[in-house]
Design a protein around this ligand. Sequence first.
Ligand code: FE2
Length: 277
Amino acid sequence: MQASDGAGVRIRRSLGASPALRLDPFLMLDEFGSEQAADYIGGFPAHPHRGFETVTYMLAGHMRHEDHLGNQGDLGPGDVQWMTAGRGIVHSEMPQQRDGLMHGFQLWINLPARDKMQPARYRDIPAAQIPRLDLPGGGELRVIAGEYAGPAGLVQGPAPATPTQPLYLDLLLPPGAHFALPLADSRNALLYVYAGQARIEDEDIAAQTAAVLGAGDEVVVEAAPGAPLKALLLAAEPIGEPVAQYGPFVMNTHAEIEQTLRDYRDGRLTAAATAES
Ligand code: FE2
């Protein structure tokens, strides 16, 4: 779905385009990609979050993050920012370019109730820290989060440990190539195609489409002939709790959302955790 977020940034929202289109614990997946400055120049001025994690992965372009904790970070091509909003963060994400291509993703991952009110954390992961593996059948894999058991042994992504133990892979396959990955059946998983076309079993998955994977203990992704496939492969343990979402706040109940709105209004969203006890 084409949508607009922040100060007029054009995005494509797949997961999370409606509450029924979540895949526990993944709440939302946005792709932003444009060479037209008007589509991104407004950026995402200061806004709050509570109760989940946001993961930004840049393919092209330059964004700058600032938050109320004093963190500042520059995101360039291949960089990842992993932000655990926890009990509350106010941050901005602003483009640092006036023209040229801006391309990337933002994924929202829920937190279980016991972790929603933990202190906010923030981590910049430079592209150079993200393992980039050549695949035996051709193509390339970047391991952003979780573990990948490759021919040369176990590779661990640099993302911080997080309760849902997400796997976040960026897959590049030449036309007609296969990629097979064991995946525990307990995990929810999806493939998001951002270039080319994928085939899983007998299903074709077009670009800008998120495909929710069914039951099983292995996924085999095939790149359609004709063009390279570029796709994100995401998997995580479901939380299995009720989700109450109001914009950038994701809690378990409406009462907690109402409390969050009061906290934000009164400046308690970003107060130190110790100030509350
Ligand atoms: Fe944000």
